[in-house]
Design a binder for this molecule. Structure first.
Ligand SMILES: *Cc1c(COP(=O)(O)O)cnc(C)c1O
Ligand code: SF4
Length: 470
């Protein structure tokens, strides 16, 4: 079509100002206040509601070192912080929960003060960080300690090269808090009573081997520095790793993964050395036309406060872009309303929602998983709520096959909870299964999983249907 006519068409469709009809105001009623709830961020000295922090000043509470020093890693300290707020039964429940957990426990005072202690059983932050024995469910028979089979694709300890052009590097094994549902419970955190870890501690030789490997593979353009958590690295280590990867000409994209924004946003506000080190790497990257970003991990709207916003604003002012990955967790964000609020709130603070993961098949947290159908249902009802670039992709990270869009299964049997995906780029010709939690299946499905001899049959049935569609 000639350009001139395209212009005319544009003018015709827009019209001139005098022709614009004024629509009756009633056609678009004012929005109810709930529609703007994503802008109501918790602010003020909310931590002072807890007796233990009643005298903590704003300056102390915003100090990342104060947060780290006062993080809770054992039951007596937890008890001291929430004394008088919860029942003795709750404390006993948590104590037993701690003993059986595959992850160690670490909670920042910031998180602790965001929990609604009047309702600790249902609070979305309590659910993510403090295990309760009473909520524990038996693991699915197909649950695994390394649910993504990351160890199978590790050419160098702590470096996973699964996708053609990207590598995941775990430079450090610790985090500012420990999430109960961590996918890397095989590696992250110290040993617990239940799990002995493969340790990927800070080790110059291991780091060197990982950097050399990336250097030796020209196809690697995209490096994820994950963990553990990049906020646990010292400023000079951020500089070292950033510069080492920026010195490799084929590396075009670097992501630093940190949950800091969700659990200790004070890090970005008061650890100037760390934030400045990252800023320098981002700026250096920009000069070299290499994209350096932060990936964070926020799961519930309550995790975004005015402190988070201040931290996000600071990063934004410095030109550091942030993407977010959310885990779909039962009782935390498995509703359209909560997920919608989270997505809008993330967009509001300039954090791009990137992925929503159907919960991985992790040991010891069966109560946190939900079904593929739930993920698909929520996705369908969220799309359109925010700009398309702020719409996260809902994925299932299939064991061995990697991330697949939730609706893209070859076959899904909600009765047995078996979904089958293919992953043509990573493993052409192979099929990968994900399994819904058994307690959420209809009675017929639960009955079949109760019989071990049925397990392989259910999988074979699903695979046969998937293959027949190929
Ligand atoms: C998730 C993941 C990546 C990054 O994948 P993106 O889809 O690009 O975010 C890279 N390597 C491994 C092993 C992963 O699990
Ligand atoms: S911050 Fe990430 S790596 Fe650390 S425990 Fe949580 S999910 Fe695992």
């Amino acid at each position: 079509m000639p350009e001139a006519s395209a212009d005319n068409e544009f003018e015709e469709s827009v019209g001139t100002q005098s022709q614009v009809p004024i629509l009756p105001a009633a056609q678009r009623p004012p929005v109810p206040p709930e529609a703007l709830a994503h802008r109501d961020l918790q602010s003020g000295p909310f931590w002072q509601r807890l007796a233990a922090y009643a005298d903590v000043s704003e300056a102390d509470f915003l100090d990342h070192q104060w947060q780290a020093k006062n993080s809770i890693t054992n039951i007596p300290r937890l008890l001291a912080a929430i004394e008088g707020l919860v029942s003795p039964e709750f404390i006993r429940d948590a104590e037993q929960g701690f003993h059986h957990a595959p992850m160690p426990v670490r909670v920042s005072p910031y998180l602790l003060s965001l929990i609604d202690w009047r309702n600790p059983y249902e609070d979305p932050l309590r659910i993510q960080f403090i295990p309760l024995l009473s909520r524990r469910l038996p693991d699915h028979p197909k649950v695994d300690l390394d649910p993504l089979h990351e160890r199978q694709d590790m050419p160098v300890p702590g470096l996973t090269h699964r996708y053609p052009d990207k590598a995941l590097f775990l430079p450090v094994a610790t985090c500012p808090v420990y999430c109960r549902f961590c996918t890397r419970s095989y590696a992250v955190g110290l040993d617990t009573e239940e799990v002995h870890k493969l340790t990927f501690s800070v080790d110059p030789e291991r780091w060197r081997a990982a950097i050399d490997y990336v250097d030796s593979r020209p196809e690697l353009e995209d490096i994820l520095i994950s963990g553990g958590d990049a906020s646990q690295l010292r400023a000079d280590q951020i500089t070292f790793l950033g510069e080492a990867f920026l010195a490799i000409p084929h590396v075009r994209r670097i992501r630093f993964a940190t949950k800091g924004l969700a659990v200790i946003p004070q890090k970005f506000l008061t650890d100037d050395a760390w934030t400045d080190a990252l800023t320098r790497i981002v700026e250096k990257g920009r000069q070299q036309h290499v994209d350096v970003m932060i990936h964070t991990h926020i799961n519930h709207p309550n995790e975004i406060t005015s402190i988070t916003q201040a931290a996000a604003d600071k990063l934004y002012e410095r030109g550091i872009l942030v993407r977010n990955q959310t885990v779909l967790i039962r009782g935390v964000n498995d509703s359209v309303a909560t997920m919608g609020l989270l997505i809008k709130r993330l967009a509001y603070i300039n954090v791009h929602p990137y992925y929503v993961y159907v919960h991985d098949m992790v040991k010891g947290v069966e109560d946190l998983r939900t079904t593929v159908a739930t993920g698909a249902y929520i996705e369908k009802r969220i799309r359109g709520l925010v700009g398309g670039f702020n719409m996260p992709t809902f994925v299932v990270d299939t064991p061995g096959g990697g991330k697949r869009e939730v609706h893209s299964y070859e076959h899904y049997a909600p009765e047995t909870g078996v979904s089958v995906y293919v992953s043509p780029v990573v493993h052409p010709g192979e099929y990968f299964c994900y399994f819904d939690p058994i307690h959420l299946l209809p009675a017929a499905g639960r009955a079949r999983w109760a019989q071990p001899e049925e397990h392989d049959k259910m999988i074979e049935e699903a695979l046969a249907i998937a293959r027949s569609k190929a």
